[in-house]
Design a protein around this ligand. Structure first.
Ligand code: COA
Length: 327
């Protein structure tokens, strides 16, 4: 099958401020050794009160546009995967449109938790297939530390902030998105969520006192589902593309836990030198995880022209997604 769309520019941005495991030792009952051994994370970037999700999006998008040789005015659609945007409404994409000056674009956010970027990429591919859109900016961005409970050692060591972006245009017939796969299971929403501020737990003194505005997670259960869903999802994308794991030159897995990354790579017999890993420096940046890793893989020269890249992700909802892209 000929690809319909392709990625011609990427970028990423993360806050300057670094929070190390040693910093966390001073906040909760944890150790650097425990965090490294159980998660693979050494440090993460955390936003300052003045920084907003749209700021990281805008910087990542500028880099992606520059590489693509495009002006903001050329963009006709902006899709942002985020669950920690600037406001409850309007969308974060609205603020990014204004900051970029992408005034010819239609814009919206999608809420698929960590899977947001790959959901967005799938949507961009489909929108280009309609023939009605040509130059699409897909962004995954989060300010996860905004909803981090700094008293919960089970979750506060895991997350970080940032954004990654990709410019998607019609394929040249050779390169591009070879297949995608999306999945969800709403029966498992209670394992990873943040209720505060929604209709379930509107912002009141009581919901604030209950810490309802923070992220809640059943870590070990999420872990088991993540391994299963990532494997199933990657296999579906392989089947749809007609490729096998041996054809994959680079695996970009969601950076949630080094043990989930290694388990997924092992399941497909992909050696770790063909796996993009940056969880040690960023932690889990949710929907920004895949596009940050993608940009680092491309800009470092590891992911080269002609290579097949498999992206696979899993997140709250639960949601999962995968995409195979020939660069
Ligand atoms: N420091 C030290 N000890 C900690 C700790 C921390 N930061 N967090 C948890 N522990 C403790 C637990 O309290 C538990 O102690 P106990 O046995 O006395 O009760 C012990 O470590 C083992 O906890 P457990 O939950 O079994 O550890 P784990 O190996 O499953 O690792 C996670 C915990 C959260 C790292 C792991 O389950 C995980 O990564 N889950 C998936 C999370 C995820 O990916 N979420 C986002 C999805 S997109």
């Amino acid at each position: 099958m000929k690809p319909v769309s392709m990625i011609v520019g990427t970028g990423h941005s993360a806050p300057e401020k670094v929070l190390t495991n040693f910093d966390l030792e001073k906040i909760v009952d944890t150790t650097n050794e425990w965090i490294i051994e159980r998660t693979g994370i050494r440090e993460r970037r955390i936003k300052s009160p003045e920084e907003n999700t749209s700021d990281f999006c805008t910087e990542a998008a500028r880099q992606a546009l520059e590489e693509a040789g495009m002006a903001a005015a050329d963009i006709d659609l902006i899709i942002i995967g985020t669950v920690s945007g600037d406001m409850r409404f309007p969308s974060t994409a609205i603020f990014v449109q204004a900051k970029l000056g992408a005034h010819n674009a239609a814009v919206f956010d999608i809420a698929a938790a960590c899977s947001g970027f790959v959901y967005g990429l799938t949507l961009a591919d489909a929108m280009i297939a309609t023939g009605q859109y040509r130059n699409i900016l897909v962004i995954g961005a989060e300010s996860m530390t905004h909803m981090t409970d700094w008293e919960d050692r089970n979750s506060c060591v895991l997350f970080g902030d940032g954004a990654g972006a990709a410019v998607v245009i019609p394929s040249d017939g050779e390169r591009g998105i070879l297949s995608t796969y999306l999945g969800s299971d709403g029966r498992l929403a209670h394992l990873l969520y943040s209720a505060g501020g929604g209709t379930v737990a509107p912002a009141t003194h009581e919901t604030v006192d209950n810490r309802d505005h923070y992220l809640k997670m059943a870590g070990p259960e999420v872990f088991l589902h993540a391994i299963k869903a990532m494997s199933k999802s990657a296999q579906k994308a392989l089947d749809r593309s007609g490729l096998t794991a041996e054809d994959i030159d680079m695996l970009i897995p969601h950076q949630a836990n080094i043990r989930i990354i290694e388990g997924t790579a092992k399941r497909f017999g992909i050696p770790l030198e063909r796996v993009m890993i940056n969880i040690d420096r960023y932690g889990n940046t949710s929907s920004a995880s895949i596009p940050i890793a993608l940009n680092e893989a491309r800009k470092s020269g590891r992911l080269k022209s002609g290579m097949n890249c498999l992206m696979v992700v899993f997140g709250g909802g639960f949601t999962w997604a995968s995409a195979i892209v020939k660069f």
